[in-house]
Design a protein around this ligand. Structure first.
Ligand code: PMT
Length: 409
């Protein structure tokens, strides 16, 4: 870290005191630390102590005229090798996720062409609040690096996740982030080309649905969510904001996407509805075509009078519904077709019937191991025709498909 410059944004939270230790540790490692204080941070640490430890002028004001004549905030953000935010409060994270630029800290975070590392710290309820988690997902999707928060006793007397990472952990994260071997995930500068979906929103459905028979039994299928998860991760890696609507899959959802968990097809439809509008939708979920119309709200009992008779009702077809939307239809709608015979012919007919732009046909006959397996053999079908891809890992299918989506958008 010798000779590198860290632009340290100190946010207004109790954990601001940790930034003082951090400055000392970074200086010991030979780093230059240029401090920026938000107005709220000044309530927790004094500019004088920060300046004394850093041995640098403390920057506080966006409208410092001398500096602004030279576009000081741009310069500040570009001269550093890394921008670090400690503590990243709920408010600062929200500003970053929303692209606000109404003070020096938020403006230089918007203007930087360098990597940004944030160390979130806040009350446990603020941390687990859906708004903060949404903002976190957006920041991750934008390529912002994070360290912490830790779990433990908090200054407010509560216990849980939300404590700022310890300075040693932040120093370790800074060391990693300064490593030139790790390609920068930021969207700016020449790296834009590597993130062609930056600023785009894509909805991905994944996994099976579960249709209840009674409170303890359900109808479902073998989808593991592996293919949908890989697609969401690949789209995220290309810079997209991903709303990931998933049934009860066995594969964990990827980091850096908005995860919306559902059980039934009706819930999946509602979740997709709430996530719209989007630039693209990829429907990789294995949605139950039918639900039990006479599901019982009590556990069904064995009876001498005979077997229970299940009646079925048709589920909403989410793919057909999205494809047919007049006002909110995504520019590109991609369906999947799980077939066990006449794969390409059936999938071609399905694309036309459901009205999507592309359909990815895959053979899910048991001997292929597609359901739950790690690889897939697919044919991408569009108006232009059918293109068969060789058998490959689901990750590779996902990356190839994400690349095609980026080209199309
Ligand atoms: O999850 P994995 O184990 O990795 O397996 C991946 C997969 C085989 C599940 C996946 O690649 C796949 O093929 N997903 C679609 C499965 C499916 O339900 O196919 P379908 O032919 O029944 O449906 C066609 C399309 O309509 C799909 O995009 C489906 O999401 C959609 N659909 C179906 C029914 C319904 N009620 N609403 C829908 O939106």
């Amino acid at each position: 870290m010798q000779g590198r410059t860290v632009l340290l944004v100190i946010g207004g939270g109790i954990a601001a005191y940790k930034s003082l230790t951090l400055i000392r540790e970074l200086k010991r490692e030979g780093c230059r630390v240029v401090p920026v204080l938000t107005r709220a941070a000044e309530e927790f640490v004094t500019p004088l102590s920060v300046a004394a430890l850093a041995g640098e002028e403390v920057h506080r004001d966006l409208f410092d005229l001398t500096r602004e004549a030279q576009m000081g905030h741009i310069q500040l953000s570009r001269d550093a090798d890394l921008v670090v935010v400690v503590p990243a409060t709920a408010d600062l994270m929200a500003k970053m996720a929303g692209g606000h630029a109404d003070d020096l800290a938020s403006t230089l975070l918007m203007a930087t062409d360098k990597r940004v590392l944030v160390a979130p710290a806040m009350n446990v309820r603020m941390w687990t609040h859906p708004a903060t988690q949404r903002n976190l997902a957006t920041l991750k999707a934008d390529g912002i690096l994070t360290v912490g928060p830790d779990e433990g006793d908090m200054a407010c007397g509560e216990f849980g996740p939300g404590r700022a990472a310890e300075p040693e952990a932040i120093v370790a994260a800074i060391r990693d982030a300064l490593d030139p071997q790790r390609p920068s995930p930021l969207l700016l500068g020449p790296e834009v080309a590597a993130r062609p979906l930056a600023g785009r929103h894509v909805i991905v459905t994944s996994g099976p649905t579960r249709e209840p028979i009674d409170p303890v039994r359900y109808i479902s299928n073998h989808s593991s969510g592996a293919q949908g998860t890989a697609i969401a991760a690949a789209l995220r890696d290309l810079g997209a904001r991903v709303s990931f609507v998933t049934g009860p899959a066995t594969v964990a959802p990827p980091d850096g996407v908005d995860v919306i968990r559902i059980q039934t097809a009706a819930e999946m439809r509602d979740a997709v509805d709430a996530a719209l509008p989007a630039d693209a939708a990829v429907m990789a979920a294995a949605v139950a075509d039918w639900r039990v119309a006479n599901a019982s709200d009590q556990k069904m009992k064995k009876s001498r009078d005979g077997m229970p008779v299940l009646q079925f009702a048709e589920n909403p077809d989410i793919l057909a519904w999205v494809s047919g939307l007049a006002d909110r239809r995504p520019d590109l709608v991609v369906g999947f077709a799980a077939e066990t015979n006449d794969v390409v012919a059936n999938a071609t007919a399905k694309r036309l019937r459901k009205g999507c732009d592309w359909i990815v046909a895959n053979d899910v006959s048991p001997e292929t191991g597609t359901f739950g397996g790690e690889s897939n053999t697919v044919t991408l079908i569009s108006e232009a025709g059918a293109e068969s891809w060789p058998r490959m890992g689901k990750d590779e299918v996902a990356r190839k498909l994400a690349g095609r989506i980026a080209e199309a958008l």
